[in-house]
Every structure is written in C-alpha cells, then in structure tokens.
Design a protein around this ligand. Structure first.
Ligand SMILES: NC(=O)c1ccc[n+]([C@@H]2O[C@H](COP(=O)([O-])OP(=O)(O)OC[C@H]3O[C@@H](n4cnc5c(N)ncnc54)[C@H](OP(=O)(O)O)[C@@H]3O)[C@@H](O)[C@H]2O)c1
Length: 487
C-alpha cells in the first residue's frame, strides 16, 4: 500500500523532535510501508534538500540509533512544500505537488496538523475546499468518509467544552469521525497499553478490580521541570488544561473501563466514554471540597506570567465514578510542575485485611497490598504485599514483586509517536481520542476551571519548588483519611 504523510507545521519543534525521529526509527526497524512519502508544509522557505539537511541534524540529536547513510536513504522520500494554511492558493500548489510525487494508485494520505491550535480550523477548512474543487474535476475522490484520507490532530483539543465542540463541528464539516485521529501521546506509551494487557490478558487481577477489593486509586503525574520560558502559554492554560483534561483522564479511563467485546477502535472507545459518563461534573461546593490547587514559589517571576497570576501549577482532584464497579472508590488525580522528580504512576490501593491477626512490629502492613503501574520513567509494575521477617517471631514487613521493562527487554522503549504514527498509517484509531470522549472530558474539567476563576475557592496554596508533594496537599488527603503513595 502506498502512503503519503503531509505534515503541516514542518519547520516546528514537534516535527523535528518527535515526528521525523519516530518515522526514521520505524524506517530503521522496517516497520514503515515501503512506498511512503513525507511532505512537510509550513511558511518558511526551504528547498527539499535544505529541509532534509535540517532534519538530518535534528534527527541525529533526537534518536538513539542514527546513521548518516540510512538517514539519507530515508530522506529521499522527504519533500518540502511552502504552505500558509490560511492561503487557499498554497493548497492548490500543494495538491499539484502531491500529484507529481504520488503514484496513480490512490495512496493513503494522512494530513498531520502539527501547528498551533489556532491554525487547526483554517487548515481543515482549506483542505476541504481544495478537495472539493479537485473532486468536482475528477482529480481527487470525495473527501468525507474516504478512509484513505485521514487527519491527525495534535493537542490541545480546545480550551474548554465550547471551543472543543466548535472544533469538532468544524472537523465534521469536512471529515467523517472515522477519518479523525486526535493525538494524546500518553496513549502511545507502552506502559499505558500494557495496563490494558495487565487487566484483560490475565485472569488474576480482574476479579479484584472493583469496589469490593480496592480502597482508592491514585493517578499521579509529577514533573520536575518548571514552566521555563513557556510562562506566557502556561499561564493561559494552567495545570488542569495542560494535564488533567487529556492525559490524566485518559489514564483514568483505561484504569476504570470495562473489557470491550473486541479490541477495536469503536468498542474500546465506547467503553472509555462510559467511564466519563459515570462521573458527575462538580457543583461549586464540590469544587471547594474535592479539589486542591497550588502554585510554586517563583512562578510569578517567570517570563510571560502576569503579575499576581492565580494560575495553579499543581492540582489534585477526587473523582467519583458512579457505576456498579466503582461506586464508593475515590480516584485521586494529581499533577504539578517543579516537583522533586519526574514520575507518572497509577496506584491501586487495595483494602486493608479485615482483621489484624499479627500484632508484632510496626503497623505499616495496614496499607500493604498495593499495585503500582509505573508509566514513566523506569516503566514497570510493582506489587506490594506483606511477608514475615525471618527469625523474628511473627514480625511482618512489606515486600515487592517488581517487574521492570528495562530488565526484561533489551531494546529501549519506543517513543509514543512511533506507535501512534504507525497506527494512523494502518488506519487503527483505538489509541486516539474520539470527539465525544474529548467533550465529556471537558464537561468534567470545565466546571472546576470556571469555579476556580469565579469564586477563588478552594484557596490557592503555595509550595516550594523541589518538594515531592505540597505539604498542604498531604493535609488535604489526610483530611480524607487517605495518604498519597510516596514510592
Ligand atoms: N513540541 C512538543 O513537544 C509538543 C508536544 C505535544 C503537542 N504539541 C503540539 O503540537 C503542535 C505544534 O507544536 P510545536 O511545538 O511544533 O510548535 P512550533 O514549534 O511553534 O511550530 C509551529 C509550526 O507551525 C508553522 N506555522 C505557523 N503558522 C503557520 C501558517 N499560517 N501556515 C503554515 N504553517 C504555519 C510554523 O512554521 P512557519 O513559521 O515556518 O510557518 C511551525 O512549523 C501544537 O499544537 C502543540 O500544542 C507539541
């Protein structure tokens, strides 16, 4: 099968740091279909060779395996076309160029929007117009519903429910939902996919995976970096839009979903959406009690951050999934910047044993059974349980069964974009967000953002850069008679 990937935003950071290195790595592993072209589009004036040379340098910096000869072989299928996505004439030139480089057998074409979000709508609209004109003259098949024409859209997908809905409407004027691939790169991570395998390809976990055995679930994404020079962008976004609406809710859906009847895009996404539908959006009183927010000291001095900004750089929220499996089990989501270490994990905290039979030694075994899925770094799975200390009466201690991907597999973990790009090429949308999924996620996050802005409740706490978790957030958890997992 013949394929063309058209990247809008070709001269940008994502293309050079992630997309081209991922495609090159797939090429080295011989996973790319033989007949493939990559056409980069942006406003900067490059010749094909100039762009190839730029990519050669960036790819050598951003891939672990790089060889000049193989890159040049790969790069012979890379082209550049100057396109302003707001200019219809440029699309005409682009399609003339595609006509020149594509074979006549109606190849699969993937349009990848790797531009700032404000260009998504004009790019889609102009693609629609260009396709319509060409299909009238018989040079292009009809666009809508044509599964050989797909569109990949980068995050962020809207800034609230209304803008996400408008963007979905705009997309659906041109593309059918089955042609749309909304990227959340967390879903491309091996450990996230492994979560589904852990649950649905083993028989020992699923019987325990419910309110009868689980006390609480913690989904935590800590970043050690601060906002750096992205202060201006970050301030208009904040931690809820940056991490919760997309990545953390995706992890929650995969943790809480029912097993789909088959592993295909529509059934997997149906089950994920049902999880979000079972979460009631917060009232403003619930926002006050069930959410926590903080800002790190020094944030206000970052470039681009307005004086007195109340933007949260750390947040924690407690969600309830009101269905038979999860009723009564709190899901704690937390994320923040400028913390002690970079780590993303899902912690399944099981109930205490019903009685404490062995009373020697410290009481730490009360919170003993815990499953930790480490998404990044040091990807792996850890199961914690209680054992006897040898030669110490009935003194107990906790022990780990510890599986690390790096110890079991010699190859380094592939970057998420490899899997996602390959799936988009193959036409498998299982790991991409569907329009209803995105809108349901906004329905949960929107009321929190609005209430934070309008009522200034709960209070915005402060924390020192470099702490594992803000102390006041520990207290917030303590108040709920729970504790954050610190492993
Ligand atoms: N960078 C990342 O690590 C990362 C991670 C996750 C998601 N994303 C998302 O990916 C997208 C791209 O991010 P980025 O960091 O690559 O942004 P960027 O470095 O600012 O690049 C933006 C690209 O858009 C092009 N562009 C701007 N105006 C254009 C126009 N009118 N017509 C055609 N092209 C235009 C720019 O090239 P010219 O100026 O030459 O036109 C440039 O190639 C964003 O939606 C971002 O949120 C990025």
């Amino acid at each position: 099968m013949s394929n063309t990937i058209v990247i809008f935003g070709a001269s940008g950071d994502l293309t050079s740091r992630k997309l081209i290195p991922a495609l090159y790595s797939l090429y080295l592993k011989k996973r790319l279909p033989g007949d493939i072209r990559i056409v980069g589009c942006s406003r900067s004036p490059f010749t094909h060779d100039q762009w190839r040379s730029e990519l050669e340098v960036s790819t050598s910096n951003f891939t672990s395996k790089f060889a000049k000869d193989s890159f040049r072989e790969f790069a012979s299928s890379i082209f550049y076309q100057k396109v302003d996505v707001g200019d219809q004439e440029d699309f005409k030139s682009l399609f003339r160029f595609l006509d020149e480089v594509e074979p006549d057998n109606n190849p699969t074409r993937i349009y990848y929007l790797s531009t700032a979000p404000r260009f998504f709508a004009p790019a889609i609209e102009n693609l629609g117009i260009a396709h319509r004109e060409l299909s009238v003259s018989g040079r292009e098949p009809e666009l809508r519903g044509n599964l050989l024409r797909r569109i990949v859209i980068e995050k962020p997908f809207g800034t609230d429910l209304e803008s996400a809905h408008l963007l979905n409407e705009k997309i659906h004027q041109v593309f059918d939902e089955s042609q749309v691939y909304r990227i959340d790169h967390y879903l491309g991570k091996e450990t996230v996919q492994n979560m589904m395998v852990l649950r649905f390809a083993n028989s020992i976990f699923e019987p325990l995976w419910n309110r009868n055995y689980i006390d609480n679930v913690q989904i935590v994404c800590s970043e050690s970096v601060d906002v750096g020079r992205r202060g201006g962008y970050y301030d208009s976004s904040g931690v809820l839009r940056d991490m919760f609406q997309n990545h953390l809710l995706q992890l929650l859906m995969i943790t809480a979903m029912e097993c789909p009847a088959r592993f295909n895009a529509s059934l997997v996404r149906d089950e994920k959406v049902k999880v979000l539908q079972a979460i009631k959006p917060f009232s403003s009183e619930e926002v006050r009690t069930e959410t926590y927010r903080a800002q790190y000291d020094g944030y206000l001095d970052s470039d681009g951050v307005p004086a007195g900004s109340k933007t949260a750089t750390f947040a924690a929220i407690k969600l309830k999934i009101e269905n038979w499996r999860w009723n009564g089990v709190p899901f704690y989501l937390s994320s923040g910047k400028a913390l002690a270490k970079r780590s993303t994990q899902i912690v399944i905290q099981f109930h205490d044993p019903p009685t404490l039979l062995f009373t020697d030694g410290p009481k730490e075994h009360w919170d003993n059974n815990r499953l930790i899925i480490q998404i990044q770094p040091d990807e792996g799975i850890r199961m914690r349980f209680t054992t006897k200390v040898p030669d110490a009466g009935m003194e107990l201690r906790t022990t780990d069964l510890d599986f690390k991907f790096a110890e079991e597999f010699t190859e380094s973990m592939p970057d998420s974009y490899q899997r996602l790009l390959l799936d988009a090429i193959k036409g498998d949308a299982s790991l991409f967000a569907r329009s209803d999924e995105v809108e349901f996620a906004w329905k949960i996050i929107d009321p929190i953002i609005k209430s934070w802005q309008q009522t200034q409740n709960p209070k915005l706490y402060r924390y020192h850069p470099g702490v594992a978790i803000p102390e006041s957030c520990d207290q917030w958890m303590h108040f709920q008679k729970k504790a954050w997992c610190r492993e």
